[in-house]
Design a protein around this ligand. Structure first.
Ligand SMILES: Cc1cc2nc3c(=O)[nH]c(=O)nc-3n(C[C@H](O)[C@H](O)[C@H](O)COP(=O)(O)OP(=O)(O)OC[C@H]3O[C@@H](n4cnc5c(N)ncnc54)[C@H](O)[C@@H]3O)c2cc1C
Length: 306
């Protein structure tokens, strides 16, 4: 078990409200520490948690720091999948060796805030925070990734990322996200993000798109416009039939445009018809969002197939 320290002695970032911070060296030690202190809160990079502490929304009685658990800071290969440690930072995922493995996740990591945030913020924190603007989330949704959750007594269970984000399955008290299992598709993947301003910023809309040549599939997820990433499944199925999978994966420009519109209309639908059957126009801001999603989806597919 890692040592216990007074919060003030650990780092200048430790919240004053926290009575104790423990720094376990393994995932199972961290789970045991949480079991021993049910009021303790896990902290990885602290980039989301500290915002909540500093704004007074959260006053953790104790913290379990995950930063010294080396087993969750890298990745390994397993049965055609990559098993990504929850402690991987955005900065690490943005590097070329990782980008060669899972290009869309690397692109999302490179877009996740300014450098000091990317150096500290982790994949696991991004998932558990589950903010609509979490850049990794649409990528994990498109990849149909699965979480490996660590529980008491060395227990491990798997939870699809989409189930956690939709609230279908939750983390139980004392559980930690240990790893994220991602299929290795060996095909182009794209992540594109629109922000309200130039430079790093939170997404106003984002699109992750991956090709799955083995299943002749296109998988797409739209982020930031709803509480969780949206999958336009019909648009995915529709466009896959127009791709020349056996040759150069060519696609007609008008199909690209129609795909963008299909995705956008599925994710930003028309208003409900009025009593007389007429459909009221979308407010300008919503129309703008729909156009943004259409442009991102069209470009993402175009890049994946170029
Ligand atoms: C200025 C600023 C800009 C940002 N910009 C972006 C951006 O552009 N895109 C983006 O996606 N995000 C952005 N973020 C949000 C944040 O950096 C990310 O969500 C980051 O990935 C969070 O990771 P963390 O390790 O810092 O999480 P922490 O803050 O340590 O933890 C977040 C939550 O997850 C829990 N947690 C952490 N790890 C685990 C685990 N392994 N198991 C169970 N629970 C866990 C914690 O208890 C806490 O509830 C920004 C944040 C700031 C402050």
């Amino acid at each position: 078990m890692g040592q216990w320290e007074g919060a003030a002695g650990l780092t200048t970032q430790a919240p004053r409200a926290a009575q104790a911070v423990t720094l376990p060296a393994s995932l199972d030690e961290a789970v045991a520490a949480l079991a021993a202190m049910p009021a303790a809160v896990p902290v990885a990079g602290g980039t989301d948690l500290m915002v909540a502490v500093n704004s007074g929304q959260l006053r953790p009685a104790a913290l379990v720091g995950l930063g010294r658990i080396s087993e969750i800071r890298g990745w390994q290969y397993q049965d055609g999948h990559a098993l990504l440690g929850a402690g991987l930072t955005h900065a690490r995922m943005g590097r070329p060796d990782f980008a060669a493995l899972i290009p869309a996740l690397a692109a999302a990591a490179r877009a996740a805030g300014p450098p000091h945030i990317r150096n500290a913020g982790t994949l696991g924190g991004n998932i558990v925070s589950a903010a609509p603007t979490g850049d990794a989330l649409p990528v994990l949704a498109a990849l149909e990734a699965t979480l490996v959750v660590a529980g008491p007594g060395g227990a491990r269970r798997e939870v699809p990322v989409s189930h956690l984000l939709a609230g279908v399955e939750m983390l139980r008290g004392g559980e930690l996200v240990g790893y994220v299992r991602v299929p290795l598709l060996h095909a182009p993947q794209v992540f594109l993000k629109a922000t309200g301003r130039t430079g790093p910023g939170r997404a106003t809309a984002s699109v992750a798109l991956v090709l799955d040549p083995a299943r002749r599939g296109v998988r797409c997820a739209v982020g930031a416009i709803a509480p969780m990433p949206l999958r336009p499944l019909e648009a995915e199925r529709w466009v896959a039939q127009f791709i020349d999978w056996d040759n150069d994966r060519a696609i007609a420009p008008e199909v690209l445009t129609a795909f963008g519109e299909y995705v956008a209309t599925a994710c930003v639908p028309d208003a409900e018809p009025a009593q007389d059957g007429t459909v009221p126009p979308l407010p300008p801001a919503v129309l703008h969002l729909r156009r943004t999603v259409a442009a991102l989806a069209r470009r993402a597919l175009g890049r994946a197939l170029s």
